[in-house]
Design a protein. Structure first.
Length: 272
């Protein structure tokens, strides 16, 4: 098998059309090299000789297709990534929701969409545990298209270099030091349900109070972005909040979300 895999134009079109159809992720000539690099790894691991042969395999097996989609997603994350969002969550969003829900339920429902290896939902869970007092409760659904990432997230174990950014008081309160790293404590982990989900499809979730989907739609084209945002709208409660990545925007997109600017961060809300 050759050391370097170069997609011819016909194969590239086959792959990028399949990826877009199945996930909404867009590959262009600009990021073609990323696809080629990931494909090279898959061919070696599967011992398949050509890109076309592997394409035939993944279009004939849903399991093989899931593994391939897993391999092409970028999973850069860390605890308390973009601290300003968590400041806004604590100081603005949660007080707003408590006022909205007063007398109508005491559970705040949160969805971490594109949760990668779990740092984001665990960050949210620690923050909620720290700031909510009885009778307030919370529950988190964390989803991703990568089964490999979900397995890491469910385990809740992180090596020493992965917990950079976790405040010392949170580290002492919500982690156990174990050989080689840290393990998230059960009271934080038990509040999170990890689940496989492709954002191309309806999640089936409803009445979510907060949705985090950060640094995910940047890989989609405008049509796919709009479709994802409209599915979020369906999944969210009538008065709820949406966080997307700091480099992402709904500006010019055909959605009903309202832009919110606070002293801490900007985000969106559904108030209909």
């Amino acid at each position: 098998m050759p050391d370097v895999v170069v997609l011819n134009d016909a194969d590239f079109d086959l792959y990028r059309n399949l990826i877009y159809k199945e996930s909404g992720i867009t590959f262009t000539q600009t990021n073609r090299s990323i696809l080629e690099s990931r494909l090279k790894e898959r061919l070696r691991e599967e011992n398949v000789a050509t890109a076309k042969a592997y394409y035939d395999k993944i279009t004939q097996s849903q399991e093989a297709l899931k593994v391939f989609l897993d391999s092409i997603t970028t999973n850069l994350t860390r605890f308390f990534r973009n601290q300003a969002h968590f400041d806004a969550l604590e100081k603005y969003v949660i007080p707003q929701l408590q006022d909205i829900k007063r007398g109508g339920g005491n559970t705040i429902k949160i969805w971490s969409a594109g949760c990668s290896t779990g740092e984001e939902p665990y960050t949210i869970s620690m923050l909620m545990a720290d700031i909510l007092a009885p009778p307030w409760k919370y529950e988190i659904v964390a989803s991703d298209i990568s089964l490999k990432c979900l397995m890491t997230a469910k385990e809740g174990f992180y090596k020493d270099d992965r917990i950079v950014g976790v405040p010392d008081n949170y580290l002492k309160k919500y982690f156990d030091k174990v050989d080689g790293g840290f393990k998230v404590r059960p009271e934080i982990q038990s509040k999170i349900r990890f689940d496989y989900h492709n954002l191309k499809n309806d999640s089936g979730l409803r009445d979510m109070d907060i949705v985090f989907c950060r640094n995910v739609i940047i890989y989609f084209d405008e049509a796919a972005q709009t479709a994802v945002m409209n599915r979020f709208w369906t999944s969210m409660a009538s008065k709820s909040f949406l966080f997307i990545g700091h480099s992402e925007s709904l500006f010019g997109m055909d959605t009903q979300f309202e832009f919110v600017k606070t002293d801490w961060a900007t985000f969106y809300r559904k108030f209909k």
